[in-house]
Design a binder for this molecule. Structure first.
Ligand code: AHR
Length: 678
């Protein structure tokens, strides 16, 4: 009997002792500023993937507005035949929009060469063309949409054209208006369409232009814009811009990614034909399985930066294409180098330069500030070794003309792609490293930058993500991301810039008729035509970007719990079993102006973690602090388009803060403890 009394008691004592022995401890030594935090540590990366712009950020609602998406069929368009109306639609190539491109070239437009012909056979009922939009036209109450299009027709077709936004089943007309199509050649028609205050939000709507007269009608550049961010003409969606602004990013890397390179030389990012009026933009074949309208072109990328008050980080095409072809350094590469110099001049040149003047003509006389230029993208894929010469030729030419610009190389780093090649001709000042991994891999390698050479190259982590969850990431991904960010932040003397990728995803799933809208799983911000949301990874980024001091404070951990990942095939092939690695991650920064210390703690375990925090070297510590927590109920917990705010950071005031205090950190959580010091 005695045994039964004493054994459990003994067990309790042992467990308590072991828990006590294992209570984690963080010592934040405020007398030891490790180094300054890079002022541009957290930024954004973007390219046309997952319908990032067309069907995404770019507010245009009409899909295939210049009829070039598919040479065989008018994709996105259908014929409307109501109450006895009868007609047909077909693509007409070589029927260019011969409106003047500019004063000097009052001739053929070589950008808009295909149009849509509507043949109306019968005058009863109505006949017209309908556009399905990008997975629907978003209906919002009391909203004014700007519609415009070019049209012409046979003489009997001249007269009223009805323009409307209607429900897909045809039972509701949300907004409608008329224009009077004149006889003769191409002419632009414009009108505004306003929905009623009681219109119910939906994406189940389409855009219609219809008539009651027989004849032949031709249409081109059909456009419909809702209100845009900062009211910019040809601008961006308000909701998605706000999500980005909330992240407090510091720069935007564009236009890719693979979208910069293209599959072939002829389909690389054609910055010159992305400029000027939409009538001059032919679009180009993207590399992510759909055509890019280039409505969001070079100037729009720059204005996106301007709207978010951030700096552009321009990537220039450097002579390698995704299908594996390249141009060797030397005279054949020179046109590409010259093209990059022109592009930089468009961005930064004053109005007396050729390309600065073009920018002014496009509506933006003021030059943009640019400090970093990336030469190419992921040139580790180029197995020929040509990047050594290509990088040197580009960097030498850029440095000669723009000595204040810093050139970023895409190989030479310690990421898997970077180690595929060597730069021998010219040492890079900054190297772009890319990391796409699962959560275990991110957490296991979270101290990746701790022992980088402080006298070597600086690192731009130009693409990185924990790839778990689709289309947007889940809580486990956010934990992996946060663990990785503690490492980048702690080493932000080496890691001077970083940006997650991909940024955007249109989340419309596969249907019987259409493929899913995205090409790449695990993205940061999701949306459909109507609404948008941030993934748990988005909120982790937002927390890291928002709660950031200007100095890294030395923080040491003791009794940090560990985890061991399951063995992979590669482990068993190499005969090495995985070793334990931390399950709790941390970093501290201090704002030298306010004295606020931000202690970030990532608990990747399913258990609450008690941590004793010791603030050394602070004269005074406020008794109250602020705690921001992002947590999930399990690893796969996530946000979706239907449940957009299931996982969001929660802010509370906390008491009992002092030079030493203890807090329990929730399972599967990312926390920022803010403490006032002086
Ligand atoms: O982010 C998606 C793709 O991943 C990028 O286009 C490319 O640079 C990388 O391989």
């Amino acid at each position: 009997m005695k045994k039964f009394i004493y054994l459990p008691a003994l067990l309790c004592v042992c467990i308590a002792a072991s828990v006590r022995a294992q209570t984690a401890k963080l010592t934040v030594d405020l007398s030891k500023n490790a180094h300054e935090v890079s002022s541009k540590l957290y930024g954004l990366m973007t390219e046309e993937i997952n319908h990032s712009y067309d069907g995404g950020l770019y507010a245009e609602l009409i899909r295939n507005r210049i009829f070039k998406d598919n040479a065989e069929t008018p994709e996105g368009w259908s014929v409307v035949q109501d109450a006895g109306g009868k007609g047909s639609i077909q693509l007409i190539g070589a029927n260019p929009l011969n409106v003047p491109r500019d004063q000097k070239r009052n001739a053929i437009n070589d950008a808009l060469t295909t149009c849509l012909k509507l043949t109306v056979d019968k005058s009863e009922g109505r006949t017209g063309i309908a556009n399905e939009g990008y997975w629907g036209i978003p209906i919002k109450p009391q909203t004014t949409y700007r519609a415009s299009f070019y049209a012409k027709g046979t003489d009997e077709a001249a007269g009223a054209l009805q323009v409307s936004i209607e429900s897909n089943d045809g039972t509701i007309v949300y907004a409608s208006g008329q224009v009077n199509m004149e006889k003769g050649g191409w002419k632009k028609y414009e009108l505004q369409l306003t929905t009623a205050a009681d219109a119910k939000p939906t994406t189940k709507a389409h855009f219609v232009i219809s008539t009651k007269r027989p004849g032949s009608y031709y249409f081109n550049l059909v456009s419909l814009f809702p209100p845009t961010y900062n009211d910019r003409p040809n601008g961006n969606r308000i909701d998605i811009m706000k999500l980005m602004a909330d992240m407090k990013p510091t720069f935007l890397r564009f236009p890719g990614g693979n979208f910069l390179e293209g599959d072939y030389f002829a389909s690389r990012f054609p910055w010159k034909t992305t400029l000027g009026p939409l009538e001059e933009r032919p679009g180009h074949p993207g590399c992510w399985s759909y055509r890019a309208s280039d409505g969001l072109g070079l100037l729009e990328f720059l204005e996106w930066c301007e709207d978010l008050k951030i700096e552009p980080l321009l990537a220039v095409y450097a002579g390698y294409v995704l299908q594996g072809d390249h141009t060797d350094a030397g005279p054949l590469l020179k046109p590409y180098v010259d093209d990059a110099l022109d592009e930089i001049e468009y961005v930064t040149g004053d109005v007396n330069t050729k390309w600065g003047a073009k920018r002014a003509q496009d509506g933006h006389p003021a030059p943009f500030k640019l400090s970093y230029i990336e030469i190419g993208n992921e040139d580790g894929f180029d197995r020929s070794g040509s990047y050594d010469g290509r990088f040197a030729q580009f960097a030498n030419a850029i440095e000669a003309k723009y000595p204040n610009l810093h050139c970023i190389a895409t190989i030479g780093g310690r990421d898997p792609l970077g180690t595929r090649g060597k730069l021998t001709i010219r040492k890079p000042e900054v190297v772009d490293e890319h990391y796409y991994r699962n959560a275990y891999e991110m957490e296991e390698d979270a101290s990746h930058y701790d022992n980088y050479d402080r006298n070597g190259f600086k690192v731009f982590v130009g693409e990185w993500a924990t790839r778990e969850g689709a289309p947007t990431t889940n809580m486990n991904a956010a934990l992996g991301d946060a663990a990785w960010m503690t490492g980048m932040e702690r080493n932000s003397d080496v890691v001077i810039r970083s940006c997650y990728a991909p940024l955007f995803v249109n989340v419309n799933p596969k249907t019987d008729k259409t493929p899913r809208a995205w090409q790449w799983d695990s993205d940061l911000i999701g949306y459909n035509a109507l609404t948008s949301y941030g993934s748990p990874s988005y909120y982790a980024q937002k927390m890291f970007g928002t709660y950031l001091g200007d100095n890294v404070v030395q923080t040491t951990g003791e009794n940090i719990p560990t985890q061991t990942r399951p063995a992979t095939k590669r482990d068993s092939a190499s005969g090495v079993m995985p070793k334990p690695f931390p399950a709790l991650f941390y970093v501290s920064t201090r704002d030298s102006k306010t004295g606020i210390v931000y202690i970030k703690v990532v608990n990747t375990t399913g258990l609450p973690q008690r941590i004793a925090i010791n603030l050394q070297g602070a004269a005074k510590v406020g008794a109250e602090g602020t705690l921001v927590v992002l947590k999930g109920k399990d690893r796969t917990d996530t946000n979706t388009i239907d449940e957009p705010e299931k996982i969001v950071p929660v802010t509370t005031k906390i008491k009992g803060i002092g030079k030493t205090f203890t807090r329990v950190f929730d399972p599967y959580s990312i926390s920022v403890v803010q403490v006032q010091t002086n």
